[in-house]
Design a protein around this ligand. Structure first.
Ligand code: PEP
Length: 249
């Protein structure tokens, strides 16, 4: 049985003060929640405030990106070691916005995933096709390339410590969610890739989250699919009540 995980990606939203206000409302709403892992990914500047706010609770804090080196002359970058020292236990890798706007490639995803694991962070590795790729029947080819180039070089032990988020780019921030069936089909395909590269046993315990316009009113349908092990939530994670509703689906 795979334990569900619900992660909120705040992108470039929320100051430290807004982060503290979020947790003041959010934490009491999920106090009794036991059925899933809960993760919040604030921007770098609010990580320490978030870590302080969630201390002693079951909420984990995640980075939204990292550099693959532990340190160096890389202006503007933050390493896995720095995230871990700040109290993060997860990090998002290869989000489609990083791929689209900041030149993230499958190769950098691989290096960042390895670096995250070296710092004992749990990487949430994002994969997913664009609308043009889906319409050109390229979904499986894109997922295969992203999986093989981004994750194929991991050792079995490393692979056992990652989460994958399937995030069709056409569903991110658009209000257009993949139907539960479309999402489950992609998850099945990704699990098949994992079985082919690693083992059936490893594939069967791999947690695959769905991301793309997840809201309180569609989370139940998504989570009813046996293939969907949780959600990576953007917009709806910014509001404490709506994120708590999603967590408490
Ligand atoms: C995301 O940022 O990973 C995401 C899925 O965003 P949204 O929920 O807003 O579509």
């Amino acid at each position: 049985m795979r334990r569900p995980a619900i992660a909120g990606n705040w992108k470039m939203y929320k100051t430290r003060a807004e982060t503290l206000a979020f947790f003041r409302t959010f934490l009491p709403l999920i106090e009794g929640t036991k059925h899933c892992d809960i993760v919040v990914a604030p921007p770098f500047t609010a990580i320490c405030a978030a870590v302080e706010a969630v201390r002693g609770t079951k909420v984990a804090v995640s980075g939204q990106d990292l550099h693959w080196q532990a340190e160096g002359a890389f202006t503007g970058e933050v390493s896995g070691k720095m995230l871990a020292e700040s109290g993060c236990t997860y990090v998002i890798v290869g989000h489609s916005e990083r791929r689209q706007y900041f030149g993230e490639t499958d190769e950098s995803v691989q290096r960042k995933t390895k670096a995250a694991l070296e710092s004992n962070l749990t990487p949430i590795v994002c994969v997913g096709e664009s609308l043009a790729e889906r319409e050109a029947n390229q979904t499986e080819a894109v997922l295969k390339r992203q999986f093989e180039c981004g994750l194929g070089a991991l050792t079995a032990e490393e692979f056992s410590r990652i989460l994958i988020a399937y995030e069709p780019v056409w569903a991110i921030g658009t209000g257009r969610t993949a139907t539960p069936e479309i999402a489950a089909e992609a998850h099945r395909y990704i699990r098949g890739l994992a079985a082919a590269h690693f083992t059936h046993e490893q594939a069967s315990v791999l947690r695959i989250l769905y991301g793309g316009s997840v809201k309180p009113d569609n989370i139940k349908g998504l989570m009813a699919q046996a293939e969907i092990d949780g959600a990576l939530v953007g917009g709806a994670s910014l509001d404490a009540k709506s994120f708590a509703e999603i967590v408490n689906y």
